[in-house]
Design a protein around this ligand. Structure first.
Ligand code: G4P
Length: 289
């Protein structure tokens, strides 16, 4: 399977990101807990140089807890403040507030030494499309927050959400462009739904997904769809189509429909908590540098 995807709006997103990041002290980067590295764009490290950094493992509810813990440690070892969150449910927000506070402390301290008092710390949320940025901003900011900027009498320009006395959050998230020079990264991003399905062959993608599931989570698909463990991806897809009555023209199996359903079940967490990218997978490479 080959991925080549860099839509025009990503160029615009990149420019916006470069502009906005200049305005903030703290970057809150969201990654997908199921693929914490593949859902990052390494360019953020360059862009966010000299900024306080927080990494959030979002959609932690969809990933295995033991791997969430490992990945949190991984990022902490790299010097980020890391928290696992479920933005959809709003869980983890207290911990997020705490790490933002921690990250801000250094900045406030630095300001104080320079004689600058009461300047709010400014933060922005960043991440690739669909990682949950808007959901997170809503969960963190809630409804009670007052917006600043773009109101009569207030300076025109960016909108900032005041989180508390010390922190203001840019209300529009920075969109990072996924980086999938590595085909595996492209595949992972496609599995979680970050690459539009219309540009992909759903059936082919589902077959790759079945292969991965058989290797990493043996028995899960068999149990969920009540199919035999044939070990042959296409056979298994046919089995899924059969057990879920995906049929066309009377009795023919609709494997295309079954493929879409399978991916949808995975994305919606209906196959259970699944971490596609395991922490240890990267240790050997990471140790090289
Ligand atoms: P974005 O701004 O980064 O592009 O992402 P957005 O917030 O639009 O979220 C993308 C999808 O991810 C949404 O689902 C959202 O509900 C879901 N999501 C965000 N955070 C979490 C999380 O922590 N856990 C889970 N399970 N899902 C999360 P959607 O299907 O596009 O919309 P909806 O039907 O849920 O509203």
């Amino acid at each position: 399977m080959h991925f080549q995807w860099y839509p025009g709006h990503m160029t615009k997103a990149k420019r916006m990101m470069q502009e906005n990041i200049k305005l903030v002290d703290l970057v809150i980067e969201l990654v997908d807990a199921r693929i914490p590295l593949s859902s990052r764009n390494p360019d953020i490290d360059g862009l966010g140089k000299n900024k306080a950094r927080v990494v959030l493992l979002n959609k932690a509810d969809l990933a295995e807890e033991k791997w969430n813990v490992s990945w949190s440690r991984y990022f902490e070892d790299k010097g980020y403040l890391a928290v696992k969150v479920n933005s959809k449910k709003g869980s983890g927000m207290k911990a997020v507030q705490d790490v933002i506070g921690k990250a801000c402390k250094e900045k406030i301290e630095r300001d104080r030494k320079r004689g600058i008092l009461n300047r709010p710390v400014r933060a922005m949320v960043a991440g690739i499309p669909n990682v949950g940025k808007s959901t997170f901003i809503n969960a963190l900011a809630g409804k009670a927050c007052a917006k600043t900027g773009n109101k009569p009498g207030v300076t025109k320009g960016k909108q900032w959400i005041r989180l508390n006395r010390q922190v203001e959050l840019l209300d529009t998230p920075g969109i990072l462009w996924p980086k999938f020079e590595d085909q595996k990264v492209g595949l992972y991003l496609a599995f979680i739904g970050s690459i539009k399905d219309e540009i992909l062959n759903t059936e082919e993608l589902a077959l790759e997904f079945i292969k991965l599931m058989c290797a990493e989570y043996p028995g899960v698909l068999e149990e969920k769809y009540q199919i035999g463990a044939s070990g042959e991806s296409y056979r298994m897809l046919e089995g899924i189509a059969k057990s879920r009555h995906c049929l066309v023209r009377g009795n023919e199996l609709d494997t295309e429909k079954a493929a879409a359903m399978l991916l949808d079940d995975f994305r919606g967490g209906r196959l259970g908590r699944i971490t596609l990218e395991k922490c240890g997978m990267y240790f050997s490479d990471e140790n090289k540098d």
